[in-house]
Ligand binder design. Structure first.
Ligand code: MGD
Ligand code: MGD
Ligand code: SF4
Ligand code: MO
Length: 748
């Protein structure tokens, strides 16, 4: 394909491929021309940030006659280039959806029966407060768990649990990038490391699917690299949209570590690595060299199904492009129980080409707090303030997942995130002690954590389940109290620190007044609940404008400036890489490890996992008649979030199970057949998609479907819920495990 057509295809979707970025209208009739015509006489533009997924891209919201009619990318943000993705475009469709939850509700029937009564906010708060204090009195504060998708609401939401003496506060991270974060943390002493895709000349993706698992700035950066001639190699058992842009290697699932170790083996054999970098900045390389000594390309060919010649060629190409080459560290990194060791090995191979703190490699994010340590840059540092809070009561017991404070020997999972799946285990097994109340914010465990049937069992055992969401989700449907939040287009949120190569602050502010008068923003919900519970001292701000002002004061920026600009970066400051002009520059201000070295061998990890350097573990492969079941993102939906959003539901109302043509023929199945997928223990019905674009031993579906809440009227009962089939396993660093379940498939 010619480069220009290729790029056009990328932005607007090639034949058969759904639009990846931009271009979609936002009225229910999906007519871009109408939206364009309306934009000619706009009344106002409000700068804010998107929340159709957690990337929080800066946006320009077009408002006319008090209604949002269109959302565009923020025109002045270079990384995002003034564009948003299809989901971001669909914001107004969520905002005005009559199926949003509009009033607080308390369950009246049996759990899962769907009988609720509408109540006032005061009744809802009183009910929650009474039940929480009952649980606390009977079982202790530790019997209360809180889980949310990691985000700006954490401070407010978590304050409730911490004030009640609960150590069991969780983010969703164990279902997403946990293995990568812990790998970065244990190698570099910080997880705040990012990749400079835009300047890279060679990119290898290990399942990272930039064109469906979208982050607008990253997807654009990869597009930029490709249009500048960079080579892309994609290891994925499935032909993803990303694979279609480069050389596809249909690797056997769960064997990526063999490929990565073989790369290291070849680079050492052929002396292709950067010996100066390794000796100046790293420790433990010898132990790694020993570990990969027998991980030859011949061996890796048997494990991965990729020919040794290809592994050798790609390794040579990768090393030749050093340091502007990136072996990508992934995003949703929850494939196997030892995915963590894979992510460590990936970063070690990257460091072998010295692609750190140089353009086209990896770099430390540079927020104000980091800039302060670089004398040349300190002038640009303007750190955000935090809001005063009295100290929380001491907790009586340790966390249910056993995670402790970082730095404790044997302890590598960040306690801020924890292993969210352990909530379900604790409810069901009462080990190490039972969780009796669960507060859920902006998170849908039923769809998002593996083992959905067990999750329902767990819900049923609780004394209290509270969900705060914008929809009556599957988890909300099983809750005792449902709290309706207003959407991101109707609320303020804390200033968001989005620093990358330069510091960057982004605001979220209401574009329009609250649409459904009985919905509220989270900051108000948790402040009011706190006050009702007698723990109001943890919420020391009048309203969000006061909160934002407290945050901004130390920076010298005003709220009025942020409201007007939407995004702030230090004027005149250039992106800086510590080693850009000096390959031997000190990394002492970058590495946060005590050793101030990049730890290829880690004592801490040796103690925690017995793998001071990553070791290979061979995972079983499916026997004849069974298939490895893998999943992924689709460009027009977000995780568990958007299946019911009108426009996005219209674009893609359901998912299907991808199976290779050869396997379909063997089983006597054809495209579009109604099928039953079985993991032995659990079954899901679905439709079959016959394709050449997947390994014959693997099946795939897009995540986020198979919804059981009838109040999601558009999405209810459509498609396959992957997590219903996936057998629950918890990985080495508390991660969920989503690529090691085998299934059989038959005609329905
Ligand atoms: N449009 C859109 N964009 C999103 C999201 C969304 O829901 N929709 N979600 C956001 C979030 S939360 C995240 S975490 C990111 C996720 O971004 P990515 O991690 O890039 O996205 P996934 O689609 O989950 O990637 C999974 C890919 O890995 C492959 N895979 C499965 N098992 C294996 C294996 O063992 N080895 C290899 N090599 N490949 C395997 C699957 O076939 C699939 O193509 O996307 C973000 N952006
Ligand atoms: N098998 C399998 N499991 C997976 C994945 C997979 O690919 N395969 N993907 C994993 C990944 S990468 C992730 S990140 C997780 C994501 O898991 P979740 O965090 O559960 O998913 P989200 O789509 O982010 O949406 C969470 C909820 O937020 C709600 N929401 C949206 N806006 C608002 C708001 O303004 N306020 C409130 N209160 N709620 C709001 C949505 O309605 C939705 O119910 O799932 C993980 N689970
Ligand atoms: S990636 Fe798309 S949905 Fe996510 S925040 Fe950005 S524009 Fe919104
Ligand atoms: Mo994620």
């Amino acid at each position: 394909m010619k480069r220009r057509n290729f790029l056009k295809g990328l932005l607007y979707g090639t034949g058969g491929t759904m639009a990846v970025m931009g271009g979609l209208g936002t009225f229910n009739n999906l007519d871009p021309l109408k939206a364009e015509a309306a934009s000619k006489d706009i009344a106002t533009t409000v700068f804010s940030s998107c929340e159709m997924c957690r990337n929080q891209c800066p946006i320009a919201v077009k408002v006319k006659d008090g209604k949002v009619f269109k959302i565009e990318g923020h025109p002045n943000d270079t990384a995002f280039g003034g564009v948003i993705c299809a989901r971001g475009n669909a914001g107004p469709s969520l905002l005005y959806d009559p199926q949003r939850i509009k009033k607080p509700m308390i369950r009246t029937g049996e759990r899962g029966e769907g009988k609720f009564k509408e109540v006032s906010w005061d009744e809802a708060y009183t009910y929650i407060a009474d039940k929480l204090y009952k649980v606390k009195d009977q079982y202790g504060g530790e019997a209360i768990a809180l889980a949310s998708r990691k985000g700006p609401y954490d401070w407010f939401f978590r304050s409730i649990g911490k004030a009640l003496g609960s150590p069991n506060v969780f983010s969703h991270e164990a279902t997403c990038p946990m293995t990568r974060s812990v790998a970065l943390d244990t190698t570099f002493g910080t997880e705040a490391i990012a990749a400079d895709y835009g300047n890279a000349k060679y990119l290898i993706s290990i399942g990272r699917n930039w064109f469906e698992g979208i982050h607008v700035a990253q997807t654009r950066a990869v597009s930029k690299a490709l249009s500048n001639g960079a080579k892309l190699v994609v290891l994925d058992p499935r032909f993803s949209i990303t694979a279609s842009k480069g050389e596809w290697l249909p690797i056997k699932g769960a064997t990526d570590l063999a490929f990565v170790m073989a790369m290291a083996n070849i680079m050492i054999q052929e002396k292709l690595y950067d010996q100066d970098f390794i000796s100046q900045y790293t420790e433990g390389f010898d132990k790694w060299a020993e570990e990969v000594k027998d991980k030859t390309p011949e061996w890796a060919e048997k494990e991965t199904g990729i020919s040794k010649d290809k592994i050798i060629r790609i390794t040579r190409e990768f090393a030749a492009a050093k340091p502007k080459a990136i072996l990508d560290f992934g995003w949703r990194t929850a494939y196997t129980t030892n995915d963590y060791q894979l992510r460590r090995a990936i970063m070690i191979v990257n460091m072998m080409i010295g692609n750190f703190e140089v353009p086209g490699g990896y770099y430390l994010n540079k927020p104000a707090s980091v800039l302060k340590s670089f004398p040349d840059q300190a002038g640009y540092a303007k750190g955000l303030g935090s809001i005063k809070q009295p100290s929380f009561p001491k907790v009586a017991k340790g966390r249910i997942d056993g995670t402790g404070v970082k730095g404790t020997p044997g302890q590598i999972i960040p306690a801020y995130d924890g292993a969210v799946g352990s909530i379900i285990e604790s409810i069901l097994t009462e080990k190490p002690y039972p969780i009796k109340a669960w507060l859920v914010h902006r998170f849908n465990p039923y769809i998002s954590i593996t083992g959905s049937p067990r999750i329902i069992e767990a819900f049923k055992k609780l004394d209290l389940l509270v969900t705060c969401d914008v929809y009556m989700t599957d988890t909300a449907y099983y809750s005792d109290v449902v709290l309706p939040e207003c959407t991101y287009l109707e609320r303020f949120e804390p200033i968001f620190d989005m620093s990358g190569l330069t510091p960057k602050y982004v605001i979220r502010q209401p574009a329009v007044p609250i649409v459904y008068p009985d919905t509220k923003p989270y900051w108000q919900i948790y402040k009011e609940l706190g006050e009702k519970m007698g723990i109001g001292e943890y919420f020391q701000f009048k309203d969000m404008e006061d909160y934002l002002t407290q945050q901004l004061t130390p920076t010298g920026l005003t709220l009025a400036q942020m409201k007007e600009k939407g995004v702030w970066t230090p004027p005149g400051m250039k992106a800086f890489y510590v080693r850009a002009n000096d390959a031997k520059a000190s990394l002492d201000n970058v590495l946060a490890n005590q050793s101030k070295k990049i730890e290829i061998f880690s004592k801490e990890v040796e103690e925690a996992t017995k793998q001071g350097v990553p070791k290979y573990v061979s995972h079983p492969q499916p026997e004849e008649g069974k298939f490895r079941f893998v999943q992924g993102k689709v460009a027009v939906h977000t995780n568990a979030g958007t299946a019911n959003v009108p426009i996005l539901n219209e674009l893609m109302p359901t998912n299907s199970l991808w199976m290779n043509t050869v396997s379909c023929t063997k089983l006597g199945l054809k495209d579009g057949d109604d099928i039953v997928i079985s993991s032995g223990k659990y079954e899901q019905k679905g439709k079959l998609k016959m394709t050449e674009g997947i390994r014959p031993d693997t099946v795939f579906c897009y995540h986020g479907f198979g919804r059981i809440s009838p109040d999601l009227k558009r999405a209810f009962g459509k498609g396959i819920n992957d997590n219903y089939l996936i057998l629950n396993e918890i990985g080495e660093v508390g991660n969920t495990v989503t690529s090691t379940t085998f299934v059989t498939v038959r005609k329905a």
